[in-house]
Design a protein around this ligand. Structure first.
Ligand SMILES: [Zn+2]
Length: 196
């Protein structure tokens, strides 16, 4: 079998996702912190997300030295961690004065299973100190959340698009990318061996 990789998306040619890329001019910046176990996952959605968004950076790791993580934060933007407020690790509140222009947000998303994301939060005290955005607060996400069995089962792509749309007050459309993501999922399902 050919091991050739697509030069653009770096996936095996038969699983190339480039046809699903939808250039999207997001205003709020996105920082994806990707758990190493997600890198080789065929159905991981962060690759399609980062290839589509105009303002997006991805860094792979589980634990970072504090100064390295600090350097990933944009000093001109207010960082917000996309993560629920939890009882064991409560997040500091965000004063409303900081909630300024949409271009000044930097949304940080942890790309991993629920368990791996939680571990990343525990291992990186800097992330614990960031104010958070809980997706259940965003009206735009209700439809999708109802479709998923529970909020935690949203993909990184879906969760990020809904959170960005919320921060931007709906000025940027994510529907084309979300629709393309459905196609990407169907392509992925088609590769699975048939169920017994
Ligand atoms: Zn490709």
């Amino acid at each position: 079998m050919s091991r050739a990789l697509c030069p653009r998306c770096q996936r095996p040619v038969r699983a190339c996702l480039c046809q699903w890329i939808r250039p999207t001019p997001n205003e709020a910046a996105l920082l994806i912190l990707q758990h190493p176990s997600e890198v080789s996952q065929a159905k991981n959605s962060a690759g399609l997300l980062s290839l589509s968004l105009a303002r997006c950076e991805t860094h792979v790791g589980e634990q970072w030295p504090e100064h390295e993580l600090q350097a990933l934060l944009d000093p001109n933007r207010q960082p917000l961690l996309l993560y629920p407020d939890t009882d064991d690790l409560p997040a500091p509140g965000l004063d409303t004065e900081s909630a300024t222009a949409p271009r000044q947000w930097q949304l940080i998303v942890l790309d991993g299973t629920w368990r791996k994301s939680r571990k990343m939060l525990y291992l990186n005290p800097l992330l614990q100190r960031l104010p958070r955005l809980a997706l259940t607060d965003t009206p735009a996400s209700r439809y999708r959340i109802r479709r998923a069995r529970k909020p935690g089962q949203l993909s990184t792509l879906e969760a990020s698009c809904y959170a960005l749309a919320h921060l931007e007050g709906g000025r940027v459309a994510y529907s084309a990318l979300l629709e393309a993501f459905d196609g990407f999922n169907e392509q992925h399902l088609a590769f699975r061996p048939s169920q017994p």
